[in-house]
Design a protein around this ligand. Structure first.
Ligand SMILES: O=P(O)(O)OC[C@H]1O[C@H](O[C@H]2O[C@H](CO)[C@@H](O)[C@H](O)[C@H]2O)[C@H](O)[C@@H](O)[C@@H]1O
Length: 265
């Protein structure tokens, strides 16, 4: 461990990464920059994480992106980052780059499927105490954080069987106290690939905490750096304990990049 309490190998790889010419820093939001809270709209990045992200955003040849399961509107709201941050919401479905694309729209068939999904999931949410539905442009998240363990488990099972009885080809993802259903299928891995091409990055840093972030880790290659936040199986090469340590890592990356950034090579 280093003095800062970070693993030596991680610090060494961060130093290397900071030397690349064009760097993409891609970050998950909930559970990585922001500690988990009961009400998703109240989640905010730790002040230290936000400060580090703002320092990275100010650097040349360095792009910062958030890749989240949240809807783009919710991600814009809770992250409150300047316009030069690239934002990807709904696990890769909604994209806000430098020249904002047209608003995201579902085609007629997807719209119909979303309506049916809504009906089925509303009925499920209404049958359990403290289970609620978060609306997203291409689907819904069934939240069970405040439900009893038993109700949470049963609500997940009922939601899975009821939705699958009515609709095929749904994209279903399990997260922390949440089960998500979408009528369009994308992954955070596709989002990383898209951003890598868009930013022409020579290397990518990605940090995430949840199962859905594993798609992003899988999209990393030689010269990239993956950082798992918290417990659980992962494809990431490095791991830290939680959002405070992610903030430390981002701050160190900003410092290395400020000191010996791409133009000093
Ligand atoms: O990809 P992420 O940025 O990690 O977003 C994943 C989901 O985050 C939100 O739910 C999670 O965080 C909430 C706030 O801490 C927490 O209450 C909930 O239990 C977690 O599952 C968000 O509400 C979802 O839409 C995102 O998909």
């Amino acid at each position: 461990m280093t003095e800062a309490g970070l693993p030596e190998a991680l610090v060494g790889d961060l130093r290397e990464l900071a030397r690349v010419r064009r760097l993409l820093v891609a970050l998950d939001f909930d559970g990585t920059l922001a500690p988990e809270v009961d009400n998703p709209e109240r989640a905010r990045a730790l002040p230290e994480a936000r400060e580090a992200v703002l320092r990275l955003l100010a650097l040349s040849s360095t792009r910062v992106a958030l890749i989240s399961g949240r809807s783009l509107a919710s991600l814009e709201h809770v992250s409150g980052l300047p316009d030069n941050a690239l934002l990807i919401g709904s696990h890769g479905i909604e994209i806000r780059l430098d020249n904002p694309d047209d608003a995201f729209v579902l085609d007629a068939e997807e719209e119909e499927r979303r309506e049916l999904l809504n009906e089925v999931l509303e009925e499920v949410a209404d049958s359990f105490d403290n289970v609620w539905l978060e609306e997203k442009p291409a689907g819904f998240a069934l939240h069970t954080r405040l439900a009893s363990e038993h109700n949470s488990r049963v609500a997940h099972l009922v939601a899975l069987s009821e939705t699958q009885a009515e609709l095929d080809d749904l994209k279903i993802r399990e997260g922390k106290n949440v089960l998500e259903f979408a009528v369009r299928s994308t992954t955070k891995g596709e989002a990383v690939e898209h951003l890598r091409r868009y930013t022409k990055a020579d290397a990518v840093f990605f940090a995430g905490d949840d199962v859905t972030d594993e798609d992003a880790f899988a999209a990393l290659g030689a010269g990239d750096l993956g950082l798992k936040c918290g417990t659980g199986r992962t494809l990431a090469a490095h791991r830290v304990g939680g959002p405070p340590q992610v903030a430390q890592v981002l701050s160190l990356l900003a410092t290395y990049r400020e000191r010996g950034g791409p133009h000093e090579q």
